[in-house]
Design a protein around this ligand. Structure first.
Ligand code: SAH
Length: 392
């Protein structure tokens, strides 16, 4: 464990993103362990949390918002927590450092190219946000310029100037967001340079990630999380596997050569498109992806009396739904590997599984988000043996 602590972040108070700023990393891990033990005490005893060697600069996805100052300068930073007040930030201790440099360069270029910054109140102006994704292993970098209108004056020269200062940029996309919304991205993407997405590697497989797709923000810990999840699934090449809330197909693709077949289900169309491409690119022939609401998809599987031997489920922070879980149980899986980014909703969902004959055999917290209060937890649920048939 790296014991050296950086100086306290100067933006800590105003930004509010890192509740554990100023707290030694070891202590942060203890706090998280305490929290998960308390929340899950009725379901099992969590293993010690898997922490990072170096807990800084881990985020591969960085978002910044720009603002015109009264003196004509442009400020860039993040919104203060639960507000729309901008906190100017030059560099952040948990974000990719190169991405933070690009954000500053765009600030400088926006001024010299006289690009109008979008004003949320008046609805006037062009540049709303910048979103950067980096591939930790591949070194690729995608810059998404979120603008209120597709008419971007001197865009070719802007792209040229940006690439000149940052040859590490592998793609630049214009995203059109002309709605009055707090969502960062609009629907439409126009590729200005490169492929329009990045590729990254996890557990020996290559994944493409488009602007709208979900990708775990901490690639170092993601590998550890996925390896753990797949080990807990204990696959023997004969199982029918379901990867629910599968995003760009990462877990299912990594598990595919250890299983008979895999089905992935995901709501976001951009992620499903990436997932299908990822399967093809990695030569995985025994996986099929469906774009659907996970609950609806599982309800349909239940109606068709379908079965699955192992289910991976990785829902968003709100957790899963009772209807999803009831259908999941009806598929009669031997093992369910629940990957959670919110121990509170995990506790609620484990209660449901406990009542329906599934016991948490192993609970492994993983620190995916150092300096924040968030964490991931992988939980292996197995069907209680004496029950010959599923309760649904
Ligand atoms: N397993 C993936 C993604 C996990 S994040 C990974 O590790 O990268 C959760 C995913 O659930 C997101 O991709 C999100 O788009 C998807 N999602 C959210 N609500 C959903 C729903 N109702 N049905 C299916 N997928 C959903």
């Amino acid at each position: 464990m790296k014991t050296e602590e950086k100086v306290k972040c100067p933006y800590e108070k105003k930004c509010g993103g890192c509740k554990y700023q100023g707290i030694p990393y070891e202590k942060q891990l203890k706090e998280k362990e305490k929290k998960v033990r308390k929340l899950l005490k009725d379901y099992g005893k969590p293993e010690p949390i898997l922490g990072m060697e170096d807990p800084y600069y881990y985020r591969n996805k960085v978002h910044a918002t720009y603002k015109h100052m009264r003196n004509g300068d442009i400020a860039v930073g993040r919104y203060e927590e639960s507000s729309h007040r901008l906190v100017p930030i030059e560099s952040c201790q948990i974000e990719d450092q190169k991405a933070d440099e690009v954000i500053q360069t765009i600030r400088k270029l926006a001024k010299s190219f006289k690009i109008k910054i979008f004003n949320e109140d008046s609805g006037y102006g062009l540049l709303r946000h910048v979103l950067i994704r980096t591939g930790r292993k591949t070194g690729e970098m995608l810059v998404v310029l979120v603008v209120a209108s597709p008419v971007f004056p001197s865009k070719n020269n802007f792209v040229k100037a940006l690439r000149k200062e940052h040859p590490e940029i592998t793609s630049i996309v214009l995203n059109i967001n002309d709605k009055k919304t707090s969502m960062i991205l609009g629907e439409r993407n126009i590729v200005l340079y490169g492929k329009g997405y990045i590729q990254d590697e996890l557990c020996g497989y290559t994944f493409r990630i488009s602007p709208h797709s979900f990708y775990q923000v901490n690639p170092v810990q993601t590998e550890r999380l996925y390896k753990k999840a797949i080990r807990l699934a204990d696959l023997k090449r004969k199982e029918k596997v379901l990867d629910a809330y599968c995003g760009i197909g990462t877990i299912g693709i990594i598990a595919a050569d250890k299983a008979k077949s895999v089905i992935g289900v995901e709501l976001n169309p951009a992620s499903v498109k990436d997932a299908r491409n990822n399967a093809r690119h990695n030569n995985i022939g025994n996986i099929t992806f469906y774009q659907n609401d996970a609950e609806r998809f599982l309800n349909e599987m239940q109606e068709q009396n379908a079965k699955a031997d192992v289910i991976f489920m990785d829902p968003p922070r709100a957790g899963s739904t009772q209807s999803f879980m009831a259908s999941a149980i009806s598929l009669n899986p031997d093992r369910i590997v629940y990957i959670s980014c919110n121990p509170e909703t995990l506790a609620r969902d484990l209660e449901f599984f406990k009542k329906h004959q599934y016991t948490a055999e192993k609970i492994q917290p993983v620190d995916m988000f150092p300096f924040t209060t968030h964490m991931e937890t992988v939980c292996l649920l197995t069907r209680r043996k004496h029950l010959a048939k599923a309760p649904y």
